[in-house]
Write a protein that binds this ligand. Structure first.
Ligand SMILES: [Zn+2]
Length: 344
């Protein structure tokens, strides 16, 4: 079965000027996928607009109307990191809707897995606040939609963006129907996501925060997936895996200090794919979050598709970090997380 991608020029109309999160991110990905011939092997999925009710499953209705009002009045900075242009509201509604479209295609068996190449990104957006380049929480909105529309009991959201997905955790903090897993640089923006934070008692511990020290690389990510994330996910037995894919973990990314290579990103996606193959008939819905070095972003998104399509060869034209620093010892973190999450 084919792998799908969501894309539409509406996402380019969210005009952020010289901001790191700009339209060149998507055009670079698309042109690289085209140049390498991969795009022709994928099924394009047209996004639809998310309805106000669908967005309101995660966000305050007044906040939704406020964003529509700001866009209609020419746009503005919503907070220090997040700017709206006149078309940003439409892009945001289609970013949430595009992630829903990807979910429908996957759940209805029209594609095996799908990647929503959307912007603005979503995982920092909270109930009533834009944050960290995000307006609507695309992955959370699509997960709420999937729980209700397809009567799912257990969805795992795996967020490997370098920043903690505070908005996504907020949305599912008290919800045992979603296992939210986040690997992120810690301490770092937005400050949340410590190891002891496993959600509220009503959520029954279905928040797994993996706060990684700066300079973590392929080996450290492999270790936490192998020893912590995979065992927790296997115990949870998800029916669908959703992914917040942030390529700002790449060593070349200037917004954080990790040392992951494109090969290491492919390794992470392989862990996720094996879980999906074992528990979810391969069903994976991915939404684009961060990633600001355009070459690393494009080549790593391609590597993600290569893994989804079971290709053996992963091309890593950027190689290893130019200025390598010594990798941190994550044995204490692994030990701590095993204790917190009751792993043997
Ligand atoms: Zn990020």
């Amino acid at each position: 079965m084919s792998v799908g991608y969501v894309y539409d020029p509406v996402y380019l109309q969210h005009d952020t000027g010289y901001h790191s999160e700009n339209a060149n991110r998507l055009t670079s990905i698309l042109s690289y996928l085209e140049k390498t011939g991969l795009l022709a092997e994928l099924k394009i999925i047209k996004p639809r607009a998310a309805s106000i009710d669908e967005i309101a499953a995660v966000h305050d209705r007044e906040y939704i109307s406020y964003l529509a009002y700001v866009a209609k009045n020419g746009g503005a900075w919503l907070e220090v990191d997040t700017v709206m242009s006149p078309k940003s509201y439409d892009a945001a509604v289609y970013a949430a809707g595009g992630t829903i479209s990807a979910t429908d295609e996957v759940m209805q068996g029209k594609v095996s897995s799908a990647f929503a190449l959307v912007r603005p990104p979503g995982h920092h957006a909270t109930y009533d606040r834009a944050m960290g380049f995000c307006m609507f929480n695309n992955i959370a909105i699509a997960a709420k939609y999937a729980l209700s529309k397809y009567k799912l009991e257990r969805i795992a959201i795996i967020d490997f963006d370098v920043h903690h997905g505070n908005g996504t955790q907020d949305a599912f903090n008290s919800d045992p129907h979603v296992l939210y897993v986040s690997t992120h640089q810690y301490p770092h923006y937005p400050g949340s996501g410590n190891a002891e934070d496993t959600g509220t008692p009503e959520g029954r511990g279905t928040i797994l925060n993996v706060p990684m020290p700066a300079a973590s690389g392929d080996h450290e990510y492999h270790t936490v997936f192998e020893k912590i994330i995979v065992p927790v996910a296997k115990r949870y037995k998800p029916q669908l895996i959703m992914v917040s894919a942030g390529y700002d973990i790449h060593w070349s990314d200037e917004l954080a200090q990790m040392q992951v290579t494109t090969t290491g990103i492919a390794d992470i996606v392989r862990f996720i794919k094996q879980l999906a193959d074992e528990f979810c008939q391969g069903k994976i819905v991915i939404a684009l979050e961060g990633g600001y070095n355009l070459e690393a972003l494009s080549t790593s998104v391609k590597a993600t598709f290569d893994v989804l399509m079971n290709k053996k060869e992963i091309e890593d034209i950027m190689g290893t970090p130019k200025r390598r620093v010594s990798n941190p010892d994550i044995a204490p973190l692994v030990k701590q997380l095993k204790a917190i999450h009751h792993l043997s």
